[in-house]
Design a protein around this ligand. Structure first.
Ligand code: F0G
Length: 457
């Protein structure tokens, strides 16, 4: 497909440099071979995450200057409240400092020890918050999600039979159902509007609150427009609202689709839910009208929420990620199909079939890609999603072993991505010579967050 030209001009530049081979080797050593340990100055193209790494528009920068820093009831809060109502349709909004803070408030308030939380799939911190409240998330995603080659158009969908089975089995210990859009753990794959409506109906039937983890809600809406025939003629804004209509509430990392460098929020429909959640906001985040953010952050977010539904912007974004996928495809590199919304997820198990999963092939790939091109991606495999068996202490391996290249919003050009593709293909060509695995030398004693802090050897 043709490359979409950028629907923006760049009038401020951030110089970056390519460190030489020696510098890269030194940097890897200092980082204990963990991508989270690398310094930004040692990286040429940083695709660690699409979270908080995008470029704000001039309208967002201008809005920053209008921040009202009142502790309670700031104008900036009302600007956010109005944007949330207009774009998403919710009457109540609680700002938080980022997505996991919203998770802390939601799960810390609603979930108790022994509970079960059905998901399509949770992402890392979401999962960790549930574990750390003594509860268990259960994946109810469709089986196609675990087949990187399947080109199912909505691989983030919930398998409704699996969901109902979990609900019937654990009837009294399910405080909420959550669906992540797009499904980050499974390759940035979308959830159809029909599926959201079905989950919503099941939740109503059993009287369980339904929440959406909406970090990438606008990308998801774009996929619905492209792939779900009934909605082809709908505007992105209307599809997004229809998605939101299915949920009782949402938890949002605003560092993704809403286009800010920091921020999160919870939106909900009822005063009752709003007041149920507020005490924990006061304890951990700040007052109800700023939730750990400056007034100026709330202003930038209010603008970002409106910008994320711009159809030209989103068409370019999705096409840019797809373009990287097309280049990798030409080089024979195995990755999750169809191309995700915010990232390419390389199938590290297929890339390095000779490295057993317990030696973290996705993280070996992180190291090799950094070595090759000073590019930073991240492993999302056994290191991030493995769990310790409580009885045997053995590492239980996840079904997917992925290496993610997350595309920052409005930040890199298509030619940056051509460089990335070339370097990855160069690693692919020498994959047989990569003959090592990794061991964890140090990991923190908290379930679900090993990958952030691990020292590897
Ligand atoms: N939910 C999803 C689906 C996410 O992808 C993330 C973060 C969070 C919640 C937590 O939000 O970072 O603002 O606290 N994902 C990032 C990533 C960091 O790299 O995909 P946060």
């Amino acid at each position: 497909s043709p490359i979409q030209p950028e629907p923006f001009r760049i009038r401020m530049v951030e110089p970056v440099r390519v460190p030489n081979e020696e510098e890269r080797e030194e940097a890897l050593k200092k980082a204990h071979y963990n991508m989270f340990g690398l310094a930004s100055k040692d990286i040429y193209i940083d695709l660690l995450t699409d979270s908080g790494t995008g470029a704000m528009s001039k309208y967002q920068w201008a809005a920053l200057m209008c921040g009202d820093e009142a502790y309670a009831g700031a104008d900036s809060f009302f600007a956010l409240k109005e944007a949330v109502k207009d774009v998403l349709g919710f009457d109540y909004v609680i700002p938080t400092h980022q997505g996991r803070a919203a998770e802390n408030v939601i799960f810390g308030t609603l979930v108790k020890k022994g509970d079960i939380v059905p998901f399509n799939m949770p992402f890392d911190t979401t999962r960790a918050h549930i574990f750390n409240n003594g509860a268990t998330p259960v994946d109810c995603v469709i089986d196609e999600a675990f087949d990187p080659e399947s080109d199912h158009p909505f691989k983030g969908n919930v398998d409704i039979n699996k969901l109902e089975k979990v609900i019937i089995e654990h009837r009294d210990s399910i405080p909420l159902i959550m669906v992540t859009v797009t499904n980050n753990s499974g390759g940035g794959q979308p959830v159809s509007l029909k599926n959201l409506q079905e989950v919503s109906a099941v939740a109503k039937k059993y009287n369980i609150p339904f929440f959406i983890d909406a970090a990438r809600m606008a990308e998801n809406a774009y996929f619905i427009k492209m792939r779900e025939k009934e909605y082809a003629s709908w505007s992105l804004a209307d599809i997004l609202k229809a998605m939101m209509d299915t949920a009782d509430g949402i938890s949002v990392s605003c560092k993704k689709d809403p286009l800010v460098n920091i921020g999160g929020m919870i939106c909900c429909r009822t005063e009752e839910m709003y007041h149920t959640l507020l005490p924990r906001v006061i304890l951990f985040e700040g007052f109800a009208t700023y939730g750990g953010l400056a007034g100026r952050d709330l202003e930038a977010l209010a603008v970002g929420l409106r910008e994320m539904t711009d159809e030209q912007y989103m068409a370019h974004r999705i096409a840019q990620v797809r373009y990287l996928g097309e280049l990798l495809e030409e080089g024979g590199v195995p990755f999750v199909k169809p191309t995700g919304g915010h990232a390419i997820f390389i199938d590290a198990a297929a890339f390095f079939p000779h490295i057993p999963q317990e030696y973290f092939p996705a993280d070996v790939l992180s190291i090799e890609v950094y070595r090759e091109g000073a590019i930073r991606g991240i492993g999302l495999g056994a290191l991030a999603f493995g769990t310790k068996d409580e009885k045997t202490g053995e590492l239980k391996l996840p079904k997917l072993e992925l290496y993610r290249l997350a595309i920052n919003r409005r930040t890199y050009t298509n030619s940056h991505l051509e460089y990335v593709a070339k370097k990855i293909i160069d690693v692919y060509k020498r994959r047989d010579q990569v003959r090592y695995g990794l061991k964890v030398k140090y990991a923190p004693p908290v379930e679900g967050i090993h990958h952030f802090l691990a020292h590897l050897e």
